[in-house]
Ligand binder design. Structure first.
Ligand code: 6GU
Length: 225
């Protein structure tokens, strides 16, 4: 089974590099994941391919036209069933690992990238199943948020990470931050790797990791506890 993400955007080129490198590239090469970009401009209106207009009732900023979005998404839906149609917006639900886990179990999803002041409310009412924000700050557009969300989902797809145990020990996967990690050399510039990690005693090592994870979480993110 292939996990498929269709990203609908006015600026798809912003996202080409992240999807063409490293884990996201390999996931697609292995056939585990398909990512398809759709340029909304192709569905724009009139000879200028217009995609936005002034807001009814006034107010600063342009609004993305509903019709090009309807046409693009209806075209996709005519080809296959979608399990989720996500809209990236600063006023959406906050993205977190729990939501990433849930969405990674879907098969086909659409992510619509917001722009300007937003999209015509009728798109949200009629087409969108999930409205997602990646944090309490404002980005120029939803493309970087869509890329962040896609990355978080794709690395959870079975087979994408070579070491499948790795995803399970991430920060947040158990509502705790990760413990400190070290690699060689065992001593660097007078700084030593904690003895327990070199002890070979896996029970002791696991206990140390849990204790450190708890300590990190208490001091940096007590809200997670
Ligand atoms: Cl999803 N979009 C934009 N434009 N800004 C954001 C965001 C999304 N999440 C946080 N800030």
């Amino acid at each position: 089974m292939t996990f498929r993400i269709d990203i609908v955007s006015l600026l798809p080129e912003i996202m080409t590099s992240p999807f063409s490198s490293s884990i996201l590239k390999r996931a697609q090469k292995k056939g585990l994941v398909e990512v398809h970009m759709h340029d909304l401009r192709n569905f724009g209106e009139g000879k200028h391919k217009q995609v936005d207009d002034y807001a009814f009732g006034g107010g600063a900023g342009m609004v993305m036209l509903a019709n090009p979005i309807f046409e693009c998404i209806e075209n996709l839906k005519s080809q296959r069933d979608y399990d989720a149609v996500i809209y990236t917006t600063p006023d959406g639900d906050r993205f977190n690992q729990k939501l990433a886990n849930k969405l990674s179990l879907k098969k086909n999803i659409i992510i619509l990238c917001g722009h300007y002041k937003g999209i015509d409310q009728r798109v949200r009412d009629a087409l969108i199943t999930h409205e997602i924000s990646i944090g309490d700050y404002v980005l120029s557009g939803g493309e970087l948020a869509a890329t962040v969300i896609s990355d978080a989902l794709i690395r959870l797809v079975p087979g994408v990470l070579n070491d499948s145990a790795s995803a399970l020990t991430d920060s947040f996967q158990d509502d705790l931050l990760a413990p400190p990690i070290y690699t060689r050399p065992a001593e660097l510039r007078g700084m030593k790797v904690p003895d327990v990690l070199l002890s070979g005693d896996s029970k002791k090592i696991d206990a140390w990791k849990s204790e450190q994870a708890m300590k990190n979480t208490k001091s940096r993110r007590p809200d997670l506890l």
